[in-house]
Design a protein around this ligand. Structure first.
Ligand code: COA
Length: 341
């Protein structure tokens, strides 16, 4: 059966509907505990792209029926030789060659754009954490297509009905005892002018500091102007961000920072995003301090949220230990795949 791969175009509502059908089937099969895709968020993705990122989106039909999707993402401000290709085929339509055809299409786009490396990801089984993928299709497919595993990643979820406040109090007491000379600040977007350069510096460090395995992702080129463009997209996508940071009083610099955010489509859910401490200021438990303080502030302001999700490289033991102390527990594992042309 031949596969029809067509671009999703925001001015063609039926293509958006078709994409949503494919994304919803995959969501239910792979990650049902995450917030579901919505039509509104899909429209916003087209209207407000992330700065430095170009996303091409396709839907796959066979005999008029939606069978899968393809995203080809590439970058204009860093990671210039990379493309990220995401494909999904509905479970009812697998092992008919559709995945192979979608990936070939995505790789051809990457080659046409002059890219040298393609990254992708799939569900993964991690027996040591009792995490079992819904099936082994993704890894078997990726290997058969010549991809190598580059970095296992673990999603942990915090069920807010089970948070142990006394454990959080204890974490804060330990952290505060080591954090003399630092002062806490917090804000919603946009970032105040007087700290935006420090935030750009910390944001740009993230991919340099976090374990990236063999993925080959370069640190992003972030400056204050890019932070502003990103904030505009975040706000336009209906997301509210809660940031907590520590200022080093002697220098006045922001040296530790964390963010939780969520969009207006899902009132029960938040995403724990970046947490970073400047290397010169590690050892003061600033990471634990900002995370616990931010969580408490976020909960006060968002009483309907019941679950917060976060992602870490499986080997990021420092951040994982903070998350585990806060009550985050493993939910899904993923593998990052890579192929070089
Ligand atoms: C991965 C995925 C896209 C494959 O789609 P598909 O249409 O079933 O893939 P194909 O039929 O084109 O399979 C191509 C080859 O991959 C390999 N393969 C795919 N699934 C496999 C499985 N469960 N076991 C062993 N090999 C498998 C086989 O070599 C297959 O060729 P063959 O059928 O001639 O033996 C689909 O399973 C999926 O959507 N999974 C969830 C999303 C995902 O993991 N995407 C990212 C993958 S990098």
């Amino acid at each position: 059966m031949s596969l029809q791969i067509t671009p999703v175009n925001p001015s063609d509502p039926s293509s958006l509907d078709q994409y949503l059908v494919a994304a919803t089937v995959l969501h239910k099969h792979e990650t049902p505990a995450f917030p579901p895709p919505t039509r509104r968020n899909l429209e916003r993705m087209f209207d407000h792209p992330w700065p430095g990122t170009v996303q091409e989106t396709y839907v796959a039909l066979a005999a008029g029926e939606v069978v899968g999707f393809l995203n080809v993402e590439h970058y204009t401000e860093d990671n210039l030789d990379k493309a990220n290709v995401e494909i999904g085929v509905s479970p009812a339509h697998r092992r008919r060659g559709f995945g192979r055809e979608l990936l070939a299409f995505g790789e051809e786009r990457a080659r046409d754009l002059g890219k040298k490396t393609v990254n992708s990801h799939s569900a993964w089984t991690l027996p040591e954490l009792n995490l079992v993928a819904p099936d082994e299709d993704g890894p078997a497919f990726a290997r058969a297509m010549g991809y190598r595993d580059a970095l296992p990643e673990v999603n942990r979820v915090l069920d807010l009905s089970t948070v142990d406040e006394s454990a959080l109090d204890e974490m804060l007491a330990h952290a505060r005892a080591k954090a003399d000379g630092y002062r806490l600040i917090r804000w919603n977007d946009p970032t105040p002018d007087d700290i935006v350069h420090d935030i750009a510096y910390l944001d740009g460090r993230l991919l340099a500091d976090a374990p990236m395995g063999d993925t080959g992702w370069e640190p992003m080129n972030v400056d204050a102007e890019r932070i502003r463009r990103t904030e505009e997209a975040i706000i336009a996508r209906g997301r509210t961000s809660f940031h907590t940071a520590m200022v080093h009083e002697e220098t006045g610099r922001v040296v530790a920072w964390t963010t939780i955010n969520a969009d207006d489509q899902c009132e029960w859910h938040g995403w724990q995003q970046i947490t970073i401490v400047d290397p010169d200021h590690r050892g003061h438990r600033l990471g634990a301090l900002v995370k616990v303080e931010n969580l408490r502030w976020y909960r006060e302001e968002n009483p309907k949220v019941t679950r917060i999700d976060t992602f870490n490289a499986a080997e990021n033991s420092y951040m994982i230990s903070i998350n585990e102390q806060m009550g985050f527990r493993p939910q899904y594992a993923f593998q990052n795949w890579r192929k070089d042309f």
